[in-house]
Each structure stands twice: as structure tokens, then as C-alpha cells.
Ligand binder design. Structure first.
Ligand SMILES: *[C@@H]1O[C@H](CO)[C@@H](O)[C@H](O)[C@H]1NC(C)=O
Ligand SMILES: *[C@@H]1O[C@H](CO)[C@@H](O)[C@H](O)[C@H]1NC(C)=O
Ligand SMILES: *[C@@H]1O[C@H](CO)[C@@H](O)[C@H](O)[C@H]1NC(C)=O
Ligand SMILES: [Fe+2]
Length: 269
């Protein structure tokens, strides 16, 4: 029985969908594991018809616009910590600023709190984390400076393996908190216990094709997504928001290789 999986490979700044690889079923007719191997590595040629010109989403696309008000959490993400019993919840509050008269936000002005539990009706546990901001400052005439929203990180500990947890994050004292979201913890790691489906993806960009890539990925129900890098390509932009497929070709005269940091914020939305 063959199992189809989608392989995604990025080449330079263009995301390329390489094709469908048929993986032969293992001895039990299911998905082969490393325990069934070792297998001969299979290389699949790049299908050139997938080498397109990926166009960046513009600032006006609804997918990259800020939908929250005030200090409501946005750009919420869950990342794996060192073991199954711990994950990081991260989010942003407040608006970035870019321009001449930027005033950094005070990260202490908004708390970093996650309420969580095994039932969405009983978020009985609480974890508190920390927050920070960062600035991108250019000492050159004509370049704009950037200061980020407040970035929050909270580590949840003592979680059970292979278990759904529900959570909401924010600062309940303001009060500004997120909707309730959920995640599933990893299994206890051993030679016969590991996440069954791991998606590996990179060079995602923030293009009209990124959404379809993520949809493909999600329709394969991965237990874990490994994002190997290259996300927004903010470095293909000037600080005034003008972008190009090839920075050095288009902007040979800039005093420094600048970036347009708001594209980082867009990516998290
Ligand atoms: C950006 O920050 C740098 C370093 O503080 C400063 O020299 C520069 O004048 C600032 N630029 C603007 C446009 O405010
Ligand atoms: C990327 O998106 C564009 C615009 O939506 C579309 O025309 C093109 O077929 C997509 N490319 C791939 C490889 O899916
Ligand atoms: C940004 O700067 C570049 C280079 O100076 C210029 O060609 C472009 O018109 C500017 N774009 C905007 C929106 O100001
Ligand atoms: Fe890349």
C-alpha cells in the first residue's frame, strides 16, 4: 500500500512545491518507520513546472493586517520545549512603530500570563513568563527606525504526554486575554514512541503561495512542524517598505543592507 506525502523544498527566495513522493508501505502495510529501515535514499528531481515566481503579499492584504485592539494578544504561537512535559506559548501585544519619532513600548506595562488546563471549561493552571521588545535602529539619513510590539514568552511545565491542553494568554489585570486555543503534547520519547507525522518546511515567505503551502501541510495532520528557517524575507525590503526579488540588483546604492521589520509582524498573523 502506498502512502503519499507532500515534500516541500525552498530554493533561494522562491518556495517550490517539488512533487508527490510515493513511499512504499512497510512490513505491516502501514507507514514505514526508521525501525523498518535502513532504506535506500530516494531522490526526486525538481519538477520545473512548480518553479514559479512567488509574489509577496502586499501590506494591504487582510491576512497580514492587525485585527486586535489595544493590548489584545496577537501572533500567538506554541513551540516545543526540551521535553514532552513543557511547551512555550508566545505572543505579541501593542503595535510596532516605524519612522522617525518612535517611542519604544515598556515591556513591563503588559503582563505575560497563560491560563491552561485539560478541559476548556477549567483553565485551572496558571503560568507567568517574561516580555521584551527590540529595536532596529539605523544611523543613516533617510532610513527609518523600528521598534517592536511587546513580545511575550511563557513556558508551561509539568504537562502530561500525548494530551490535549486548552489555554488562553494575555494580561487578565488590564483585562486583555485571547480566545481559548489548544495544542497536543508530544509522546514520551523512546525508540518505539515518537510523533508519527513530522512536517519539515522552510523558506515559507509571505507570498500568495504561502497559504496553500500551509494548507497542504495542515491537511496531512502533522503532530509536529519543524520550521527550518527563512520566513518573511524582510531583508528584501527597504525601511520605507519598498521590496524587490533581488535586493542587491534593485538597491545597489543603499548605505547598508536594511530590512523592513513590519514583515516579521505580518508573518505571525
Ligand atoms: C535611528 O536611530 C539611530 C540610533 O539611535 C539614530 O542615529 C537615527 O537618527 C535614528 N533615525 C531616525 C530616522 O530617527
Ligand atoms: C502561486 O500563486 C500564484 C498566485 O495565486 C498562482 O498563480 C501559482 O500557480 C502558485 N504557484 C504554485 C506553485 O502553486
Ligand atoms: C523608497 O526608497 C527608494 C530608494 O530611495 C525609492 O526609490 C522609493 O520610491 C521609496 N518608496 C517610497 C514608498 O517612498
Ligand atoms: Fe530561503
Amino acid at each position: 500500500m502506498g502512502v503519499q506525502s507532500v515534500v516541500l523544498i525552498g530554493l533561494s527566495s522562491v518556495l517550490v512545491l517539488v512533487g508527490l513522493v510515493v513511499v512504499q508501505g512497510g512490513v505491516h502495510g502501514g507507514i514505514p518507520t526508521t525501525l523498518d529501515g535502513p532504506f535506500e535514499p530516494v531522490t526526486v528531481d525538481v519538477d520545473d513546472k512548480f518553479r514559479g515566481h512567488a509574489i509577496d503579499l502586499p501590506d494591504t492584504d487582510p491576512r497580514v493586517q492587525r485585527k486586535v485592539n489595544g493590548f489584545e494578544p496577537e501572533q500567538i504561537s506554541v513551540s516545543l520545549s526540551s521535553t514532552y512535559d513543557s511547551v512555550w506559548i508566545s505572543w505579541i501585544t501593542g503595535e510596532f512603530q516605524i519612522g522617525d519619532n518612535i517611542k519604544p513600548l515598556d515591556p513591563k506595562s503588559v503582563k505575560s500570563v497563560v491560563r491552561y488546563g485539560k478541559s476548556r471549561f477549567s483553565l485551572s493552571r496558571k503560568a507567568v513568563g517574561y516580555s521584551l521588545i527590540y529595536n532596529q535602529l539605523y544611523p543613516f539619513e533617510g532610513l527609518k527606525n523600528y521598534t517592536s510590539g511587546i513580545i511575550h514568552h511563557v513556558r508551561l511545565r509539568g504537562l502530561k504526554p500525548d494530551t490535549f491542553y486548552y489555554y488562553r494568554c494575555g494580561d487578565p489585570s488590564i483585562p486583555v486575554t485571547s480566545k481559548i486555543y489548544y495544542f497536543k503534547t508530544m509522546p514520551i520519547s523512546s525508540p518505539r514512541s515518537y510523533p508519527n507525522r513530522i512536517a519539515v518546511v522552510g523558506d515559507l515567505g509571505l507570498t500568495y503561495n504561502t497559504t496553500s503551502t500551509i494548507s497542504h501541510l495542515m491537511s496531512n495532520y502533522p503532530d509536529l512542524v519543524l520550521l527550518v528557517g527563512d520566513v518573511t524575507y524582510a531583508n528584501l525590503y527597504l525601511t520605507n517598505g519598498t521590496g524587490s526579488d533581488c535586493y542587491s540588483c534593485s538597491f545597489a546604492q543603499t548605505p547598508i543592507h536594511e530590512t523592513y521589520q513590519p514583515r516579521w509582524d505580518y508573518w505571525g498573523r
